[in-house]
Ligand binder design. Structure first.
Ligand code: ADP
Ligand code: MG
Length: 293
């Protein structure tokens, strides 16, 4: 291959905020057949709004619940965490991260923290079984929102709902990929209802939607896509999807909100977080590849 053509292409991409780690990544990019998108923080902004936040079961007051949740969430870098911290502060509750004595992340499920001598679990439905919660909530997964559960001492003590919206460029990026002959699928750890809502917001343009996935499920699905469709691109923010990014032929991490691990394991970092840059990069890669041949 001609090093000059490759170098120029990498430089052009870098100018638009796309850091491509080398010429062989560019070559793989030219051959991509299918793109797998993470949902939260990738297709969606990951800028949540708190719709509802309530204590249930009467074991703790709303103030106490806000204090526990915000203090434990202040230890997390998940997009859901900061909005819960802000929400508590807006209700005059000041989170204290140093009162959280034990902290644990369960990827694709939620988090656990010890505070005031109590163990508190926060996350989706999966976290309830991890918390050995005996009171399974009646609440059905609601459309358009991500439902969060709080459990302590095997009991459900709180429920909250958060809303998020799709990035302006998401639908456009997926349409452009399609015009380049590349299919798009969504892989999310969120509920089926939240996934279906995002698909609807996009105008039902995704070829496939998979929900309630753990990080290892995302890895397995990327493998399946590779076997079924050929060269696969995966784009995510690194929250629970760093292993899938590494598994893909081309892994793209979100630069602004993305984690450091994701930037390391991925082949491309999207500094601008503008996913419309991806189809542009594919076109650039294809042009460069043609020049090289
Ligand atoms: P996605 O695959 O859409 O990017 P994630 O894998 O990041 O979603 O998260 C999956 C689910 O795990 C979230 O929808 C949420 O219910 C739960 N979760 C993850 N981290 C947290 C957290 N810090 N607090 C509460 N819930 C969390
Ligand atoms: Mg994510």
């Amino acid at each position: 291959s001609t090093p000059i053509a490759t170098f120029c292409a990498l430089l052009t991409a870098a100018r638009t905020g796309l850091l491509i780690k080398g010429g062989d990544v560019l070559e793989s990019l030219a051959k991509i057949k299918i793109a797998a998108f993470d949902k939260t923080g990738t297709i969606t902004r990951g800028e949540f709004c708190v719709e509802e936040f309530k204590a249930v079961g009467g074991r703790v007051s709303i103030q106490q619940l806000l204090y526990w949740v915000s203090s434990i969430e202040s230890r997390s870098s998940h997009p859901m965490a900061s909005v819960l911290v802000d929400y508590a502060q807006s209700k005059s509750v000041e989170p204290k991260s140093d009162t959280v004595t034990e902290f644990q992340i369960y990827p694709g499920e939620g988090i656990y923290g010890e505070i005031d001598g109590e163990g508190v679990y926060i996350g989706n439905k999966r976290i309830l079984s991890r918390a050995s919660c005996e009171t399974v909530p009646e609440i059905e997964d609601m459309k358009g929102v991500t439902v969060g559960y709080v459990a302590c001492k095997r009991e459900l003590i709180g429920v909250f709902t958060l809303s998020d919206s799709c990035r302006t460029g998401s639908a456009e990026a997926i349409k452009e990929l399609r015009s380049l002959g590349i299919k798009s699928v969504m892989l999310t750890g969120d509920s089926a209802a939240a996934a279906a809502y995002a698909q609807e917001q996009l105008g039902n343009i995704l070829d496939e939607v998979r929900s309630e996935l753990l990080p290892e499920d995302k890895v397995r699905i990327v493998d399946e896509l590779k076997a079924k469709h050929g060269p696969t691109l995966m784009i995510g923010d690194g929250m629970n999807d760093a292993p899938a990014l590494a598994k893909a032929d081309v892994g793209v991490s979100m630069g602004v909100s993305g984690s450091a691990v994701a930037m390391e394991t991925s082949h491309i970092t999207l500094m601008s977080n503008d996913i419309r840059r991806i189809p542009k990069a594919v076109q650039l890669a294809r042009r460069t590849h043609r020049t090289i041949i």
